[in-house]
Write a protein that binds this ligand. Structure first.
Ligand code: SF4
Ligand code: SF4
Length: 400
C-alpha cells in the first residue's frame, strides 16, 4: 500500500505532460512562454478552443492539465503551424505542445469517432480511407506509357514516386495524379511507384496523436524502400514530404526526397519549352501548410505557375508564411463533421473567399487534401462564381 509520502511525490498530470515535452526537439522552451497570446490569436480555430495553445501553457503552470484532458476542443487544432510561425519564444507549439496534447487525449480515450475510424483504417489497411491495398495502383490503369510498379516490373528506376493515400484512391485527386504522370513522362523521367506495397506516410496520423501508428507505417514503408533500387524519392503530398524529410530519418529511414514542385522547378529549363498551350487565367496559389510554413517551400510552386504561358499570378491576402490552412491537416481531413458541429464554418470557405477577393479564376494547389476541400467550399460560397480549383500538376499537363 502506498504511503502518504509516496502519494505526495507522484507526479501530477501537468508534471508528467511537461516532462514529456522534453522528448520533443526544443520542447523545454515551453518554460520561456511569454503569455503574449499570439499563438492563440493567430490560430484559425483558437476562438473555439477551451484551451488554445497559450491557455494550455497556463494550465500547465497552474498544475491543472487534467482540465485540458477533460475537453475535446484540442481536436480543433489542424496542425497548421501558424502558432509556431509567430511564436516569439520559438516554442514548438504545433509539433510539441499540440501534438503531445492530442497524444494524451487519445490515451485518455477522448477522441472523436470520425478520427478513430480513420486511425483504425490506417492500421488495418495502410490508408485512412479503408481502401484495399491491392487497388493502390488502379489509378495508373490506362496511363501511357505504362507506369512502372517496382514489385511487378522488377527494375531499378531513377525516381521513386511516393504517390500517397488521396492521390492513389480519391477520384478527384486521381486526376492530379494522372496529370503528374503525364508531366513526368513528357520530361522523360525514369520513375516507378510502389503500388500495393506503399503504405500511408503516417504523418497526419502522427500529428493527430498516433505516434505508434506513424512508426508502424513508416517502418513498413522503410522495409519496402529497402527492397528496390532508386536514386531519390518524390512525393505528391506535402505531408509525405514532411514525414520522409523530417521524421523518417529518426527511425533510420533516410533517402533524398523532394516534393514534386521542387523536382519539376529544378527541371524548368527542360519543362518550359514543352509548355506550349496557353492557359489564359488569373491564378492564385494556396501555400499548403506542410510545404510552406513547415518546410519553407514557397518559390518553386510559383515558378512553375509563372512558367505556364498565359498565367497571371496574383496573391491572396494571406500568402507565403501567413497562408490560411485548408482545414485538412492534423487529422482535420477526418474531422469534418466534428469541426462543423463546433464551428459551423469551414476553413476552406474562408480561403475560397480570399481567392475570389484576389480576382482569381483558378485557385492553384499543390497538396492532395485541397482540391476536394476547396471544390466543396466553392459550392457553398455564392460569390465563388467561375472559380475553379486545379493542382499545379493539372495546369502543367494542360499546358503541354
Ligand atoms: S506565442 Fe509563444 S510565447 Fe506567446 S503565448 Fe504562445 S507559446 Fe507563449
Ligand atoms: S497548429 Fe494551427 S490549429 Fe493548431 S493550435 Fe497552432 S495555429 Fe491552432
Amino acid at each position: 500500500m502506498a504511503t502518504a509520502a509516496h502519494q505526495a511525490q507522484a507526479p501530477t498530470p501537468s508534471q508528467t505532460f511537461f516532462a514529456s515535452l522534453y522528448e520533443v526537439a526544443s520542447g523545454e522552451r515551453v518554460r520561456t512562454c511569454l503569455q503574449c497570446g499570439m499563438c492563440s490569436g493567430v490560430c484559425p480555430f483558437g476562438y473555439l478552443m477551451d484551451f488554445p495553445p497559450s491557455r494550455i501553457i497556463t494550465a500547465l503552470r497552474a498544475d491543472v492539465f487534467e482540465e485540458v484532458l477533460a475537453t475535446d476542443t484540442v481536436w480543433m487544432c489542424v496542425s497548421c503551424y501558424a502558432c509556431t510561425e509567430v511564436c516569439p519564444a520559438d516554442i514548438p507549439v504545433t509539433a510539441g505542445l499540440m501534438t503531445r496534447a492530442k497524444e494524451e487525449l487519445l490515451l485518455a480515450g477522448n477522441v472523436p469517432t470520425e478520427l478513430q475510424g480513420a486511425l483504425e483504417n490506417s492500421q488495418r489497411y495502410g490508408n485512412p480511407q479503408g481502401e484495399s491495398p491491392r487497388k493502390r495502383a488502379d489509378w495508373a490503369t490506362g496511363v501511357e506509357p505504362a507506369v512502372t510498379v517496382l514489385g511487378r516490373d522488377k527494375r531499378p528506376v531513377d525516381v521513386l514516386w511516393f504517390v500517397g493515400d488521396y492521390p492513389s484512391y480519391h477520384p478527384r485527386v486521381q486526376l492530379t495524379t494522372k496529370a503528374l504522370a503525364r508531366v513526368l513522362n513528357a520530361l522523360g523521367i525514369d520513375f516507378g511507384i510502389l503500388g500495393p506495397e506503399e503504405n500511408s506516410d503516417g504523418d497526419t496520423q502522427r500529428l493527430a496523436g498516433e505516434r505508434g501508428l506513424f512508426e508502424m507505417l513508416a517502418e513498413k514503408n522503410g522495409r519496402v524502400f529497402g527492397k528496390y533500387q532508386f536514386n531519390e524519392i518524390i512525393t505528391t503530398d506535402p505531408h509525405a514530404y514532411n514525414a520522409l524529410k523530417n521524421e523518417y530519418p529518426a527511425l533510420g529511414i533516410s533517402y533524398p526526397v523532394r516534393h514534386y514542385t521542387q523536382f519539376l522547378a529544378d527541371q524548368l529549363d527542360q519543362l518550359q519549352p514543352l509548355l506550349k498551350q496557353e492557359v489564359n487565367a488569373t491564378v492564385t496559389y494556396h501555400d499548403p501548410c506542410y510545404l510552406g510554413r513547415a518546410n519553407g517551400v514557397f518559390d518553386e510552386p510559383r515558378a512553375l505557375l509563372e512558367a505556364i504561358p498565359g498565367v497571371k499570378l496574383v496573391e491572396m491576402s494571406h500568402n507565403h508564411a501567413t497562408s490560411l490552412c485548408c482545414g485538412g491537416g492534423g487529422g482535420g481531413m477526418w474531422l469534418d463533421g466534428f469541426q462543423w458541429e463546433k464551428a459551423h464554418a469551414r476553413l476552406s470557405e474562408w480561403r475560397v473567399n480570399e481567392a475570389v477577393a484576389a480576382g482569381a479564376n483558378i485557385l492553384a494547389t499543390a497538396c492532395p487534401y485541397e482540391p476536394p476541400r476547396f471544390e466543396d467550399a466553392i459550392k457553398t460560397v455564392k460569390e465563388a462564381g467561375v472559380l475553379v480549383v486545379k493542382d499545379i500538376a493539372e495546369l502543367l499537363a494542360e499546358a503541354l
